[in-house]
Write a protein that binds this ligand. Structure first.
Ligand SMILES: Nc1ncnc2c1ncn2[C@@H]1O[C@H](COP(=O)(O)OP(=O)(O)OP(=O)(O)O)[C@@H](O)[C@H]1O
Length: 280
């Protein structure tokens, strides 16, 4: 017969293992998905010349699913260099970049362009719409790069246009649109393939204040639906729509602030103050 203290110890031990394992499982279920993870990114331009230039000096950060991150910093601090690497348009000299679990620095250039059209959305300052294509065809571009055709394209383009409120523009050409409408088309194109993340490079740079505000409200709504957004901007007003801002100085992350529970006006004030001290 089993001795009672040994039985009790065995029981407690088993109970501990079961509860520990189930806690681990619960914790795993609740773990946030990392959409972007960069580790110790370095970028050296003109590496083999007499004057190599280190534009990124060890950048590490993560963007979680549903995050809205702003990247700010003075001219020449390395923002575009970082964005080009995240967007698979350039490779780092060293360090790793994972997007949705894929190490994009290890992809071949064909794999990179597939990855770009399937998993990433872009909104640039100058819209980048093709003037010879209709709005419908412009929005459909990322799908045609993936060889998606016919009814599915029609359905996805209409869904994306509906989110941006531009269904009535689908048959028009970009030259027939205002700047604000063009940028909505660019946003619909960025959304059409359900990307893991949308990258914006000064997306409001060419818009007047009303259209800029509308685009930022739209991005905020898209983000509320769970799409992660990363914006590179000089503009504190645009940045105030973000949840979190990383400040880059001389190729390094120098500071980070979070909106937390504050309203947008309070966050805007903090961004202004931070820029005042940070960009000295
Ligand atoms: N292709 C390149 N070859 C050499 N140096 C480069 C190259 N691209 C950028 N640089 C240098 O790297 C540094 C960072 O440039 P980057 O364009 O990333 O800055 P930025 O923060 O985006 O600036 P801005 O806000 O003016 O666009 C700058 O000093 C720039 O001159």
């Amino acid at each position: 017969m089993l001795n009672f203290p040994i039985f009790l110890l065995t029981y407690l031990h088993l109970a501990y293992i079961v509860s520990y394992t189930s806690n681990e499982l619960i914790q795993e279920d609740n773990m946030t998905r990392e959409i972007v993870k960069t580790q110790n990114l370095h970028k050296v331009y003109d590496q083999n010349s007499e004057r190599p230039y280190e534009a990124l000096k060890g950048i590490s950060f993560t963007v979680d699913e549903g995050d809205f991150v702003g990247i700010m910093g003075a001219s020449g601090s390395g923002k575009t260099t970082l964005l080009n690497i995240l967007a698979t348009l350039d490779k780092p000299t060293s360090g790793s970049v994972q997007i949705d679990g894929n190490d994009i620095t290890q992809l071949t250039s064909n794999e990179m362009s597939d990855f770009r059209s399937q998993r990433l959305g872009f909104i640039f300052q100058d819209f980048n719409l093709l003037e010879t294509l209709t709005v419908f065809e412009n929005i459909a571009l990322p799908l045609s790069l993936q060889n998606i055709k016919g009814r599915l394209t029609n359905q996805k383009v209409r869904e994306s246009a509906a989110k941006l409120g531009i269904e009535e523009l689908l048959a028009k050409y970009p030259t027939q649109l205002s700047g604000g409408q063009k940028q909505r088309v660019a946003a619909a194109r960025a959304l059409v393939s359900n990307p893991s993340i949308i990258f914006g490079d000064e997306p409001t740079g060419a818009l007047d204040s009303t259209n800029a505000r509308e685009l930022l409200d739209t991005l905020k709504n898209i983000n509320r639906q769970g799409v992660s957004v990363l914006l590179v901007t000089h503009d504190p007003f645009s940045a105030s729509f973000c949840k979190r801002i990383l400040f880059i100085k001389d190729g390094k992350i120098g500071d980070e602030i979070q909106a937390g529970n504050r309203d947008r006006t309070q966050f805007y004030q903090e961004i202004l103050e931070k820029l005042g001290t940070f960009e000295q």
